[in-house]
Design a protein around this ligand. Structure first.
Ligand code: NAD
Length: 496
C-alpha cells in the first residue's frame, strides 16, 4: 500500500532525534532504527537509537533542571499542562493518524486515545494546584506535626507500544504536576507519537531538561545505568509482568520508588440474570478495544450455563461482521496486531485451546498477505487451565467457558497471578456488590466494559502492579512527604 501525502507529512513533521536538555539531537554514534506500519510492513521513518551514553546525558539534564523546576509555582506547571492538552485536542486528527500508522488501531480508536491521553494532562494540571500537606498537634501535646509534600526528583518513565500517547501522558502529567523532571523511554515499536507528544509539551512551555526522551532498541542496556545511578529517584513502568519483575529487582539496588502497571488476565463474568444485550455491547468494548491489545482487555469469559449459548451466539454475530483492515481506512473496525511475533502468539494460543477441545465459532484463521491481521475470533467450550485462560491473549479472541455457581466463578476468576480488572454483568444489586468485593482485582467494570478514566485510580493488585495512575491519588506517586517536628514544649501553659 502506498502512503498518502498526509501520512508522509504527519510522519515527516515528527522530530526523529532524542530530546535532551531541550534540544533534539542525534544519538551518540548516529544510530537510528526503523519504525514499521503494522498494516503494510512498510517503514514509516527512522528515529534515533539512544545509547547508554545518551541515557546518562538525559539524566544529567534531568538532574540539572531538577531544583529550578521544583521551585516553579504550581499554577505555572498547571498552565503548561493545560496548554499541552489544548494543543493535543487542536491536533487530534494528526495525532490519531500517527498512532494508527505506527500502532495499527483504527482512526476512531486513535482519536479516542488522543482525547483520553490529553485528559490526563488536563486532570493533573488541575491537581498541580491542590497539592496539600497537614498540620496537627502531636498526641502528647509537646510538638506540632507539619507535613509538607515535595517532588520525588528525576523519574524514569518506561512505556509500552499499545497506547503510545495515553501511556506516556498518564505518567508525564502527574510528574510535571508534581514538579519532577523526567526521562521517557518509549517502546521501539511506536516511538513517533511519544516524540510528537514531547514536542507539544515543549511548545506548551516546559523548560529545558524537564522532559527528555530516549527511544532505543536496546532497552535493558540503556536503562540499566540509569537505574544504578543514585540521582534517579523514581521508576514508573507500564509493560509486561516479566519485564516488571526484572526492573523491580534492578530498582532494589538503589531502593528506587516504583510504580508498576503490569499485565492483566481480566475475567468477564455474565450472570444468569444479566442484560445480555448490554453484556454483549460491553464485551465488544472490553475485548476489542485496541484490537484486544490492552492490559485491561477481557481475557476469560465466564458465562452462566443457562445463558451461555444465547450470549455466545449474539457475540459471534457481532464479531463476525466487523471489518478488518488497515486502521487508516475509515471503513475499518479492527486494525492489525503490532507485529508478527504477537500474531503468532495469538494463533498459538488459539491452536492450543482448539487442540484441548475448544470450538471455533468464528475467526481463528491467519489471513495471507501483508500486515499482521488476525480475525475477530470466538471460542466456546474452552477447557479450564489451557494456556489461553492463563496467559494474556493480547488479540481479538474471546475464550468462553461456563459456570453454574457464584462460588465456582469467583474461584476461577481469582485463579491467576494477575489482578488488574474484572468485568461483571448482573442486575442483582446485592450479588453485584458481593462479587465486586470478592474479585481480587484493582478495578471492576460493573455492567460496563470500560473502566479507563483520568478521574479514577487505575491500577492492579497481585502481579498486575504496584501503585495507581489517575484519580485523586495519582499525583502521590510523584511526591515525597516530609514531616517537620516543631517543638511546642510548654505551649500547654496559658499565657498571662
Ligand atoms: P514489554 O514489557 O515488552 O515492554 C514495555 C516497555 O519496557 C517497552 O518500552 C520496552 O522497550 C521496555 N523494556 C523491555 N525490556 C526491558 C528491560 N529489560 N529493561 C528496561 N526496559 C525494558 O511490554 P509491551 O509488549 O511493550 O506492552 C504490552 C504489555 O504491557 C502487556 O503485558 C500489557 O498488559 C502491559 N500494559 C499494562 C498496562 C497497565 O496499565 N497495567 C497498560 C498497557 C500495557
Amino acid at each position: 500500500m502506498v502512503a498518502s501525502g498526509s501520512e508522509n507529512e504527519v510522519v515527516g513533521r515528527v522530530e526523529k532525534g532524542l530530546l535532551i536538555d531541550g534540544q533534539w539531537r542525534q544519538a551518540a554514534g548516529g544510530g537510528t532504527f526503523a519504525v514499521e506500519d503494522p498494516a503494510t510492513g512498510r517503514t514509516l521513518g527512522e528515529i534515533s537509537d539512544a545509547t547508554p551514553a545518551d541515557a546518562m546525558a538525559a539524566l544529567d539534564a534531568a538532574d540539572r533542571a531538577r531544583a529550578k523546576w521544583a521551585a516553579v509555582p504550581p499554577r505555572r506547571r498547571a498552565e503548561i499542562l493545560r496548554r499541552a492538552h489544548d494543543l493535543l485536542i487542536a491536533r487530534r486528527h494528526e495525532f490519531a493518524l500517527l498512532i494508527t500508522l505506527e500502532m495499527g488501531k483504527s482512526l476512531g480508536e486513535s482519536l479516542a486515545e488522543v482525547d483520553y491521553g490529553a485528559n490526563y494532562l488536563r486532570w493533573f494540571g488541575e491537581e498541580a494546584v491542590r497539592i496539600d500537606g497537614s498540620w496537627k498537634v502531636s498526641e502528647d501535646g509537646t510538638a506540632r506535626v507539619l507535613v509538607t509534600r515535595h517532588p520525588v526528583g528525576p523519574c524514569l518513565l518506561i512505556t509500552p507500544w499499545n497506547a503510545p500517547l495515553a501511556m506516556p501522558a498518564r505518567k508525564i502529567g502527574p510528574a510535571v504536576a508534581a514538579g519532577c523532571t523526567m526521562i521517557v523511554k518509549p517502546a521501539p515499536q511506536a516511538p513517533l507519537t511519544t516524540a510528537a507528544l514531547a514536542g507539544v509539551l515543549i511548545e506548551a512551555g516546559l523548560p529545558d531538561g524537564v522532559l527528555n526522551t530516549i527511544p532505543t532498541t536496546d532497552a535493558a542496556a540503556v536503562t540499566e545505568p540509569l537505574l544504578r545511578d543514585g540521582r534517579l529517584r523514581k521508576l514508573s513502568f507500564t509493560g509486561s509482568t516479566p519485564v516488571g519483575r526484572v526492573l523491580l529487582a534492578q530498582a532494589a539496588g538503589t531502593v528506587l520508588r516504583t510504580s508498576m502497571e503490569l499485565g492483566g488476565n481480566a475475567p468477564f463474568i455474565v450472570c444468569r440474570d444479566a442484560d445480555l444485550d448490554a453484556a454483549v455491547e460491553g464485551a465488544m468494548v472490553a475485548k476489542l478495544r485496541n484490537v484486544g491489545e490492552a492490559c485491561i482487555a477481557a481475557n476469560r469469559f465466564h458465562v452462566h450455563a443457562a445463558v451461555a449459548e444465547e450470549f455466545s451466539e449474539k457475540l459471534v454475530s457481532r464479531m463476525s461482521t466487523l471489518v478488518v483492515g488497515p486502521g487508516t481506512d475509515p471503513a475499518t473496525d479492527l486494525g492489525p496486531l503490532i507485529d508478527d511475533r504477537q500474531r503468532r502468539k495469538v494463533a498459538d494460543l488459539v491452536d492450543d485451546a482448539v487442540a484441548a477441545g475448544a470450538r471455533v465459532r468464528t475467526g481463528g484463521d491467519v489471513p495471507a498477505g501483508p500486515g499482521y491481521f488476525y480475525p475477530p475470533t470466538v471460542l466456546t467450550d474452552v477447557p479450564a487451565r489451557t494456556r489461553i485462560t492463563r496467559e494474556e491473549i493480547f488479540g481479538p479472541v474471546a475464550a468462553i467457558r461456563t459456570f453454574t455457581t457464584e462460588a465456582d466463578v469467583l474461584r476461577d476468576a481469582n485463579d491467576t497471578e494477575f489482578g488488574l480488572v474484572s468485568y461483571l454483568y448482573t442486575r442483582d444489586l446485592s450479588q453485584a456488590l458481593r462479587m465486586s468485593e470478592h474479585l481480587e482485582t484493582g478495578m471492576v467494570g460493573l455492567n460496563r466494559g470500560y473502566v479507563s478514566d483520568p478521574s479514577a485510580p487505575f491500577g492492579g493488585v497481585k502481579q498486575s502492579g504496584i501503585g495507581r495512575e489517575g484519580g485523586n491519588t495519582g499525583i502521590d506517586e510523584y511526591l515525597e512527604q516530609k514531616y517537620i517536628a516543631i517543638d511546642a514544649t510548654g505551649s500547654a501553659a496559658v499565657p498571662r
